[in-house]
Design a protein around this ligand. Sequence first.
Ligand SMILES: Cc1cc2nc3c(=O)[nH]c(=O)nc-3n(C[C@H](O)[C@H](O)[C@H](O)COP(=O)(O)O)c2cc1C
Length: 159
Amino acid sequence: MTDSAQKQRKNLLIVSHSQGGKTQSMAAAVLRGCQQHPSVSTRALAAADAGLEDLLWAGGLLFGTPENFGTMSGMLKDFFDRTYYPAEPYKINLPYAIFVSSSNDGSGAVRDIQRIARGYPLREVSEPLICKGELTADRLVACEELGLGMATGIEMGIF
Ligand SMILES: Cc1cc2nc3c(=O)[nH]c(=O)nc-3n(C[C@H](O)[C@H](O)[C@H](O)COP(=O)(O)O)c2cc1C
């Protein structure tokens, strides 16, 4: 895939999983941020429902997960397991960002997503957003800002 073909696609894909609802609330806030750019289309999918076709549609990616046992949720890992080899011939090289809900850490989920993402290859373009503990209004604003930042980068073709 050429860089120019990729930059013409003003599409963002949010792939996330949530067990208790916090990551889902974060994903909803990220989506609101993305939607502040009307010219950018955003698809928000549960990890179980996302696949190769969605990756090929996207011009940028946002991955959301709780931290479970020091890593990403099994459902987000399953998304990577299902799409890694099918995506390989396309050399998708998309910009991406991570958001994580955790009780007291989150770094293991970030580290493992980053390691897998390097293989696709994907390019991380924003600091990972880790929300520890309760989801306060400030943290939801940070989620919206993450989405808005990604949408702005996609819209302007700066990634
Ligand atoms: C099975 C399990 C394992 C967990 N492991 C961790 C962990 O390793 N580190 C951490 O900070 N929180 C851990 N947590 C807490 C969750 O990350 C936290 O409650 C998060 O907000 C859940 O997000 P959700 O509501 O989107 O499912 C764990 C929770 C569960 C259920």
